[in-house]
Design a protein around this ligand. Structure first.
Ligand code: PMP
Length: 442
């Protein structure tokens, strides 16, 4: 361990880092060399409290023994098996275990390697399903402003974060967007779900009227938007979307890459809100972030529509070399065991009231213009510095890191989503550290 500390690689040039201010980073690098439970160890030997579960994914905390052991064992036993026309037992076992904890209308699972791939897979299932049902004119996809659905072409097309879209041309055609639900003038500092904005779901009716339902395949939303700065759905909004989709024969896709695996206090947001989508997109917490893997859940109706024609025929032309990879499957099984043994998929429900109270106690800090929360998610929106949007939040991120706290910033928003194992004492520590940063009037 000791020879890994105090050592920064001496040449950082070759790696073009993702979603990173590369020039700033390489002048002042930040590296993690170890992690355990709620903490990272930095290259200069400091402990950093993980306020974000890595990137919203390390839900069980770091280096958990059942996961580490499952990976080690699997790597020595069966390292890889071809994913097409062949299989291995753990991929099947995992699918059954996932269906056991999923909303009760979910019946089948397709595997991917990331959230972005899960989104592409879900959109392709939706389009192909409409076609196999004899409704080939349903080709349109509906997303939402400020939605984040990963970085591949389908995902940025239905997504609504302008900076992620504007460099890449016209993207998919036949995509429309509903308005986002962020209404700060009415809902600022709401605890939990906002009162105002549920009627924004009716914008979907407007889009249906404009294009006609017979042209629309699916609607995709994040039940709680994360990467755009944490937007909590207004009361009644998701229920209304479900009603409109059902009425018009449109598939409803929930992107649960962040909300899946316990973030809100139920295994999935669908169960938390009691709204059942037709397709559910997941990744991140599936393997506790340890090995890249995603899963797309579909109903029996969708799956069965594809199971026609001669038995030896492939029913859906889609898949990845690493779909259901043995080591990833083993990691996911170790993760599900950890969640089960420690009741982590419902723990956020117990600790959420404490979390909410502590989070909102930062309301009096300088430059705080909104605070939002649900489950073990929190967001603090800061007043942008004139002419330099995002700078204040980025400064907070740097200062917090130096003070031993990992936060995430998107735009002018600080997003928080700690591992679900966080204790009340660690919640106190997190918000004490953050208060000190904010009080510096950064
Ligand atoms: N969908 C949502 C809702 C996400 O939050 C993310 C990642 N933050 C993705 C998709 C993309 O996941 P990945 O980075 O694993 O491709």
């Amino acid at each position: 361990m000791s020879n890994r500390l105090n050592s920064t690689p001496n040449d950082l040039r070759a790696f073009w880092m993702p979603f990173t201010a590369n020039r700033q980073y390489k002048k002042e690098p930040r590296l993690f060399v170890g992690a355990k439970d709620m903490h990272y160890t930095t290259h200069d030997g400091r402990q950093v409290l993980d306020g974000t579960a890595g990137l919203w994914c390390v839900n069980a905390g770091h280096c958990r023994p059942l996961i580490t052991e499952a990976i080690r064992e699997q790597a020595g036993e069966l390292d890889y098996a071809p994913a097409f026309q062949l299989g291995h037992p753990k991929a099947f076992e995992l699918a059954n275990r996932l269906i056991d904890i999923a909303p009760d209308n979910m019946a089948h699972v397709l595997y991917t390697n990331s959230g972005s791939e899960s989104v592409e897979t879900a959109l392709k299932v939706a389009l192909a399903y409409q076609r196999v049902k004899g409704q080939g004119s349903r080709t349109r996809l509906i997303g939402r402003e400020r939605g984040y659905h990963g970085v591949n072409f389908g995902g940025i097309s239905v997504g609504g974060i302008v900076s992620n879209r504007k460099m890449f041309g016209t993207l998919l055609t036949g995509v429309d967007h509903m308005p986002h639900t962020h209404l700060p003038a009415k809902n600022a500092f709401t605890k939990g779900m906002p009162e105002h904005g549920g009627d924004l779901a009716d914008e979907l009716e407007r889009i249906v009227t404009l294009h006609d339902a017979s042209t629309i395949a699916a609607v995709i939303v994040e039940p709680v938007s994360g990467s755009t700065g944490v937007l909590i759905p207004p009361k009644g909004y998701l229920q209304r979307l479900r009603e409109i989709c059902t009425k018009h024969g449109i598939l409803l896709i929930f992107d649960e890459v962040i909300t899946g695996f316990g973030r809100l206090g139920a295994p999935f947001a669908s169960q938390y809100f009691d709204v059942k989508p037709d397709i559910m997109v997941t990744a991140k917490g599936l393997t506790n972030g340890v090995i890249p893997m995603g899963a797309v859940f579909v109903t029996a109706e969708i799956h069965d529509a594809f199971m026609q024609g001669p038995e030896h025929m492939i029913e859906f032309f889609h898949g990845y070399t690493y779909s259901g990879n043995p080591i990833a499957s083993a990691a996911a099984l170790g993760t599900l065991d950890t969640y089960r043994d420690e009741n982590l998929l419902t723990r956020a429900a117990e600790i959420a009231p404490y979390w909410e109270e502590k989070l909102h106690s930062l309301r009096d800090c300088p430059n705080v213009i909104d605070i939002r929360n649900l489950g073990l998610i929190g967001a603090i929106e800061l007043k942008p510095i004139d002419g330099e949007p995002t700078k204040r939040a980025f400064n907070a991120f740097l200062e917090a890191y130096n003070d031993g706290l990992l936060i995430r910033t998107t735009g002018d928003i600080i997003a928080l989503s700690p591992p679900l194992i966080i204790t009340t004492e660690q919640i106190d520590e997190l918000f004490d550290k953050l208060r000190k940063v904010l009080e510096r009037n950064i």
